[in-house]
Design a protein around this ligand. Structure first.
Ligand code: GDP
Ligand code: MG
Length: 163
């Protein structure tokens, strides 16, 4: 069976943009409105002849206890459970956030392999801003710009290595 790779992170960090970039289309809806993806969205993708199933999620938000938010959160938690590998996306522009730390705790507890993806890095002279993310305890953050497609090839190289 194909490996399952789940994209998780708090709302608005660019998970759906990254999903679309990797699957090569506009499958997931990208919007400035957090939580636009409510259920898990699956799409097969390929890199260097390795196929895997990519899963987009609506995002984890432990700060809000609303009914919709808790449904979205449950979907993300299910995605982590079924995943062989997790892409944990954080927003390098916004910097480290309390919700990132909550998500990191869930991921460390899951003991799944995680690639920490620092998105929205369009300028690589700003990589010093990534140092904070080491505190998540999930290794080295990999800078990408999902919107511009910068460094996403490196991310995919690492992804297929870990499958
Ligand atoms: P999601 O809620 O995590 O799925 O985030 P989306 O993919 O919907 O993106 C949220 C917002 O971030 C949108 O306005 C995107 O255009 C923007 N965005 C996503 N990726 C990037 C990126 O690499 N660079 C920048 N500057 N903005 C991005
Ligand atoms: Mg989304």
């Amino acid at each position: 069976a194909k490996s399952i790779v789940a994209i998780v992170g708090r709302p608005n960090v660019g998970k759906s943009t990254l999903f679309n970039r990797i699957v090569g289309g506009r499958v997931a809806i990208v919007e400035g409105v957090p939580g636009v993806t409510r259920d898990r969205l699956y799409q097969d993708a390929e890199w260097n002849n390795r196929w895997f199933t990519l899963v987009d999620t609506g995002g984890l938000d432990y700060q809000d206890e609303g009914e919709i938010v808790s449904h979205i959160r449950k979907q993300a938690e299910l995605a982590i459970e079924e995943a062989d590998l997790v892409l944990f996306v954080v927003d390098a522009r916004a910097g480290l956030n309390g919700t990132d730390e909550d998500v990191a705790r869930v991921l460390r507890r899951s003991e799944k392999p995680v690639i920490l993806v620092a998105n929205k890095v369009e300028h690589f002279d700003k990589v010093h801003e990534l140092y904070d993310f080491y505190r998540l305890g999930l290794g080295e953050p990999l800078p990408v710009s999902a919107a511009e497609g910068l460094n996403t090839g490196d991310l995919l190289d690492r992804l297929v290595q870990e499958l």
